[in-house]
Write a protein that binds this ligand. Structure first.
Ligand SMILES: [Cu+2]
Length: 174
């Protein structure tokens, strides 16, 4: 069986319609590109803009320090912590758990640090659907003021391995 050489000029010049659509797509891309950083400042969302580089060992010490100081109970082997709003609050993600269980107060503003001990995890607070990343080596500070009381779940929304589907944490607002 012979192999045929492809046509020398295999591409066809742009038609008028194609030219219009490519131009529209390009303009829209540029608009989105410019608007992204603008929306960071004018949008109603609250993206974390405060970040620290921190090693897993150091972050673990911060978490344990908070647990030792503010633990009020225990649930399924996890400490329940009722931190003071004047101090930083630390939440730790690892394969495959969120630690500890936080108990916050409605109307108070907290500085919640989120970091991972191993790989990338996704902090997704349900059912209100707040989503952030939990990165190893970095602590992201979320400024958070709970407006509703109740029990919330923290779901990992970044696939992180075998136990990913079981990685569900808890948070209480009183
Ligand atoms: Cu995870």
């Amino acid at each position: 069986m012979a192999i045929h050489e492809p046509e020398r000029i295999w591409w066809k010049p742009f038609s008028k319609d194609e030219r219009i659509w490519v131009t529209v797509a390009l303009i829209w891309m540029l608009v989105s590109f410019v608007f992204m950083p603008i929306y960071h400042f004018v949008g109603p969302q609250n993206p974390p803009s405060e970040t620290y580089a921190v090693s897993a060992e150091d972050y673990d010490k911060l978490v344990e320090g908070m647990v030792a100081k503010y633990q009020v109970g225990e649930e399924n082997g996890f400490p329940v912590v009722h931190p003071d709003p004047s101090e930083d609050v630390f939440l730790k993600a690892s394969m495959w758990q969120w630690y500890p269980i936080l108990q916050l107060e409605k109307g108070k503003t907290y500085r919640l640090h989120v970091s991972s001990m191993d790989i990338l995890h996704g902090f997704s607070l349900q059912p209100i659907n707040m989503n952030f990343m939990a990165l190893p080596g970095y602590s992201y500070v979320l400024t958070l003021t709970p407006t509703t009381t109740g029990e919330f779940h923290i779901v990992c929304n970044e696939y992180c391995g075998f136990g990913h589907h079981m990685m569900v944490g808890k948070m209480y607002v009183k």
